[in-house]
Design a binder for this molecule. Sequence first.
Ligand code: AMP
Length: 439
Amino acid sequence: MSFDTLGLAPALLRALAEQGYTAPTSIQSAAIPVALSGRDLLAGAQTGTGKTAAFALPLLQRLFVGNTSSAPANNKRKPRALILTPTRELAAQVHDSLRGYAKHVRMASTTIFGGMSMGPQIDALRRGVDVLVATPGRLIDHMERRTVDLSGIEILVLDEADRMLDMGFLPSIKRILGTLPKQRQTLLFSATFADEIKKIAAQFMRDPAEVQVAARNSVVATITHRVHPVESARKRELLLHLLSQDSRRQTLVFSRTKHGANKLADFLEKYGLKTAAIHGNKSQGARTKALKEFKNGKVTVLVATDIAARGIDIDQLPIVVNYDLPMVAEDYVHRIGRTGRAGAEGLAVSLVAHEEVRLLRDIRRLLKQDIAIENVAGFEPSRPLNLESPGPAPGRPSRPGKPRNPNHSRRPHANAAKKPHAAGNKPRPWRNNRDQRKA
Ligand code: AMP
């Protein structure tokens, strides 16, 4: 299958060739013809499948290729397309991709998200844009100030709709949808189709076509999954040990909590690893800088929480480490969706303590495949992980004073490793990196 057969215009084909894309991904083959026909679309696709191009290309073609009549280059121009994403990072990334695909098309676009001052966004809106890529909260701020006019929207994209709902954006989404023109095309992309998503589809979409590229929650086949059993108090030592084996490889490390992410980043940095943390408590400037430095290789280890990392697109990221297993098995799929993209080999490494056995079992059930369990010499836990026993209840992010079940032992994994050297096997500081940092 090639892009030519999907009915895309030469201006878009040229941009795709320049991006180095030779063939469409499955979601692109399935979604593009439907979306080009003007039909509403419910698409089941997770991060890493090429879903951005699957909605961006038809959007560009339908609104901006060979039809400039309704996009006058004056300041009365209203946005014709709205792309809603759950996070600022994803909005920025979708916008970058969109601009790449639109390289040979006349189209003005901007991003609207929180953490940045309103002024430049208001200026951009006043100058006139064709496509808005926005997060729901900040878009509503603009709606309330009447600095955005959504009455000209012809195409709406809900990207990572399941995550928007997880993040509590349902009321905002309903409010935004309520103000949009009824005559429009709606494209909804989601990794999962929970009942709430179906309800939104039923309420706000017209007879949508459905495309699903992979079985629900299946993961990219090129990813190798590996579990290293470890006592939770020794996790950070083990992580340091693993990272120091190949210090040049970019690694994305997931921590369950913001506090845990900070502490881990500080610890790794202390041992000379160029590390940054991104999570919801960081300013937008700090998040953008960390991401940029990770992408350009200045930072080799990025420690992130699930929400901050949602949808981050880093080309050919070889390794994702789950420092803590996610509380929800589906999040494992989202996390590792950042590796093994577009045919590249990926490795998903999870550091698993006894307390997390139940979570690991959920993940294994969801993936419908076994995950290799490999001890790392010197870090073997006192007893092997037992995947068959019921196991202790997993530790929820700790809420002091509110134990869920006093019979279950719980430890806050992310913060547990207070004494990295206590259990022997002292991690070796990376002298070279350390020296560089001082310089
Ligand atoms: P997405 O799922 O949209 O975040 O895309 C995942 C990654 O795949 C991004 O780095 C895209 O640039 C890349 N990509 C998307 N479509 C293709 C394609 N047809 N061929 C090669 N890479 C692609």
